[in-house]
Design a binder for this molecule. Structure first.
Ligand SMILES: [Cu+2]
Length: 137
């Protein structure tokens, strides 16, 4: 009897831990947009602080086509593999497909990455300095 109670309590503690972990997953929306008045292209926000397991939801708002390309410089081979695996329908190394229409979405589940800063940019608007940074805590 007492043993069953103990096992039951342990189960509840484990379940509580699992649901807390699931609730901790955050969705970060990042808008990809242009400002027609000054020809400015940007990710908004341009700095995202996230944890592995969080979702990055890139959404093109205006000025498409856009893309998301992680900067390979300084990445360990393992981090590079992890990022590539996390990016659906890649068009090239560390590159999302071209998001050709406003309203398009691109989801990346943040893979296990060491804490640090991961730079990314938009290939079509690289010359316009459209870039951002993913910070892993
Ligand atoms: Cu762009």
């Amino acid at each position: 009897m007492r043993r069953a109670l103990r096992v039951g309590l342990l189960g509840m503690v484990l379940l509580a831990g699992i649901s807390a972990a699931a609730a901790a997953q955050e969705v970060h929306q990042i808008r990809l947009q242009m400002n027609a008045r000054n020809d400015e292209y940007r990710f908004s926000p341009s700095t995202i602080t996230a944890r592995p397991g969080d979702v990055l939801l890139f959404r093109t708002v205006s000025g498409a086509p856009h893309s998301v390309v992680f900067e390979p410089k300084g990445l360990s081979p393992r981090a590079r593999d992890a990022l590539n695996s996390a990016m659906p329908r890649r068009s090239a190394d560390l590159s999302s497909p071209l998001l050709t229409e406003d309203g398009a979405e691109y989801r990346v589940v943040v893979p296990p990455l060491p804490a640090g800063a991961y730079a990314f940019y938009c290939l079509p608007h690289r010359a316009y300095d459209m870039r951002g940074e993913l910070r892993i805590r």
